[in-house]
Design a protein around this ligand. Structure first.
Ligand code: ADP
Ligand code: ZN
Length: 651
């Protein structure tokens, strides 16, 4: 019996690229002969030349039976951290890996992508018929799968546990991978109570390694994951959270819709993107407007029928250049690599959410934009939502702290990335790829204006014991003769007209920052009136400075065109010469056909970057395709001849 005794030291090495498709395949699936090292698996199965970041360490740790908690930004390459150990451990005779994933709607594509590279995987979820589910269970029980994907509520059923028990008794449970592990935490934004039940995997199957993965990294959530999944002894692998290819821009909100249209038209015409809005109604409105402007936009929110949501998600994944207009109900687990922009028309709730959402852009490593429009109303709305929520005060305090951090980011006049990374505990230097780095904003000192505003609010309250909203306060300060001013005799206030030199926009900016820093409160239950707070005093007394960015009216989007990618030319193809462009286009057309035939998104067949590399290489023989990143043994065998046909037809 060789099985079970095989240790890592016995991994043999062989020149990876020397073996062409079929031979390598045979070796991979015959675990009684030669074992491949993780790197060989990466190269032959997935077709990637090298591990990224901490992948190699993580894979080694898990292959040798260690528990791991992996924190990696979206697009960092988490999947390979359990897929490669799954393959390696199965080769070593250790059985099947169970992947717990909350994303039923995406399991089909995930498993499809594994089939494409020749890995035996399946999923168990409610979309399967009883017969199909039985068939999967049979294969699973017989140890015929390398990976099985299932939702947490399924994994903890008596039926499933019985299957696991059977395999475990034979030493045939290789690994548990718990994806989107932050779902276990109530502080995370995707709390799923079922996740708490997964601690059982540890107690019941002690000795089976577990790997928990997430892209949400703040300390509270991390501690929750460790506690609830009993990962106290797990190795923690925290990657850098930087996503250098994403450019962060936070624009001052004026006419949000127009700003959005300009942004998309100038920088991302014809490209895939996501537009996040707060309400369902707004999602629908914006989708309609984008469609009217000739874009291929679709709405997505929890109020739509499940079948409509699924259809829209499929279109987004499968077709090119679709813009998804969505609430935060959309996006978790979306692994479409070529999302070129993520726009926020409304302020998210906290930095974790913002970072996850923006992280859905540019998973392929190519330039992408995270663009947000932010204004006074956003601050008011978010504060109100917290105040009005029925949550206990202690909980609200946490939410307020998180919102404050996000507001500080939005108000920042220095590098956005430095602030984002600092929030996740990572020190860094100014990035050169955010709005503030690219065009350092002119800053003006709003301290005087802030004091004037606060003392006006103080005085009107003293005079009539009444509170007023922002518009009226600004009118008083700017000395406007309105009906309301006369009605309350506010032209007699000592602050009347003393702020005439400030524009309304400037004052709005000051108010926004005062509210953002809680030096001013808004009472949403009474016409959004303004109230002084404990923190107002420091500003009134001139002890606290108010620094504001000079409002720039310059349209967004110069930078991207300077980078040389013009309209409708995908970023990745921009570097190709004329003939290579032609080959790229032909390869894409071929890919569309193949993807349709396989009922999978195009990027599961090949990424744009892989097609662009082929187009640039213009290989004359099949073997030349072997070194291209993204072409493993199985894909070479399945698609190599088709690719060569496309190229030959053009030659
Ligand atoms: P995550 O789950 O962390 O968001 P994925 O696992 O979906 O990220 O990986 C993001 C993309 O990066 C995928 O398209 C994947 O194929 C690719 N990728 C991952 N690891 C590597 C690697 N070592 N070399 C090249 N591409 C990689
Ligand atoms: Zn920067």
């Amino acid at each position: 019996m060789r099985r079970g005794r095989v240790k890592r030291a016995q991994f043999t090495t062989f020149p990876v690229r020397a073996g062409a498709a079929a031979g390598v395949e045979a070796r991979l699936h015959d675990n009684s002969r030669i074992l491949s090292s993780p790197l060989q698996i990466l190269q032959t199965v997935f077709g990637y030349p090298a591990f990224r970041g901490r992948q190699a360490e993580i894979v080694d740790h898990v292959v040798t039976g260690g528990d791991a908690l992996v924190l990696m930004p979206t697009g960092g390459g988490k999947s390979l951290c359990y897929q490669i150990p799954a393959l390696a451990r199965q080769q070593a005779g250790q059985g099947v890996t169970v992947v717990v994933s909350p994303l039923i709607a995406l399991m089909h594509d995930q498993v499809g992508a594994l089939h494409e590279v020749g890995v035996k995987a399946a999923f168990l979820n409610s979309t399967l018929s009883l017969e199909e589910a039985n068939e999967v269970e049979r294969k699973f029980a017989r140890g015929e799968l390398t990976l099985l994907y299932a939702a947490p509520e399924r994994v903890t059923t008596a039926r499933f546990l019985a299957l696991l028990d059977g395999l475990h008794q034979k030493g045939q449970v290789a690994l548990f991978a718990i994806d989107e592990a932050h779902c276990v935490s109530q502080w995370g934004h995707d709390f799923r109570p079922e996740y708490r039940g997964l601690a059982l995997l540890h107690t019941r199957y002690a000795g089976v390694p577990r790997i928990a993965l997430t892209a949400t990294a703040d300390a509270t959530t991390r501690a929750d994951i460790v506690q609830h999944l009993q990962l106290e002894d797990a190795g923690q692998f925290v990657s850098s959270f930087d996503r250098p290819n994403i450019r962060y821009t936070i624009a001052e909100k004026k006419e949000a819709t127009q700003q959005l249209l300009r942004f998309i038209e100038r920088e991302h015409a014809g490209e895939a993107g996501i537009v996040y809005c707060q309400s369902r109604k707004r999602v629908e409105e914006i989708a309609e407007i984008l469609c009217r402007e000739g874009m291929d936009a679709l709405p997505y929110h929890a109020g739509l029928d499940a079948s409509v949501r699924q259809r829209h998600q499929d279109r987004f994944l499968r077709d090119e250049g679709v813009v998804m207009t969505a609430t935060i109900a959309f996006g978790m687990g979306i692994d479409k690599p070529d999302v070129r922009f993520v726009a926020h028309l409304d302020l998210p709730k906290n930095i974790e959410g913002y970072y996850q959402e923006t992280g859905r852009g540019g998973r392929d490593g190519l330039p992408s934009d995270a663009w947000m429009a932010y204004g006074l109303q956003d601050v008011v709305n978010q504060r109100r939502m917290i105040d009005e929520s029925p949550a206990p005060e202690e909980f609200k305090q946490v939410l307020r702290g998180k919102l404050d951090a996000l507001l500080a980011l939005a108000e920042a006049t220095d590098c956005r990335r430095v602030r984002l990374l600092a929030y996740f505990g990572e020190p860094s230097q100014p990035c050169g790829n955010c709005d503030n780095c690219l065009q350092p904003p002119a800053v003006w000192d709003g301290t005087e204006a802030a004091r004037m505003l606060l003392s006006t609010i103080y005085r009107v309250q003293q005079v009539n014991g009444l509170h007023f909203g922002a518009g009226h306060i600004m009118d008083i300060l700017r000395g406007k003769d309105t009906e309301k001013v006369r009605q309350f005799g506010h032209q007699k206030l000592s602050t009347f007209g003393i702020g005439a030199q400030f524009s309304e926009q400037q004052l709005r900016g000051v108010l926004r920052q005062l509210i953002a820093t809680q030096a001013l409160a808004v009472d949403a239950s009474s016409y959004n009136t303004l109230h002084l707070t404990a923190a107002s005093r420091a500003v009134l007394k001139g002890e606290q400075q108010v620094q504001l960015r000079e409002s720039i009216n310059q349209p967004a989007g110069r930078a991207r065109r300077e980078r040389g990618s013009g309209r409708a030319t995908p970023a990745v193809a921009a570097a190709l010469d004329g003939q290579a462009q032609q080959r790229f286009a032909a390869l894409k057309a071929w890919r569309t056909e193949v993807a349709k035939a396989h009922n999978l998104p195009a990027y599961v067949i090949f990424h744009d970057a892989t097609l662009a590399a082929i187009a640039a290489l213009d290989p004359r023989e099949l073997r030349a395709l072997e070194g291209v990143s993204g072409i493993g043994a199985k894909k070479l065998e399945t698609y190599g001849p088709g690719v060569m046909d496309v190229l030959q037809a053009l030659a």
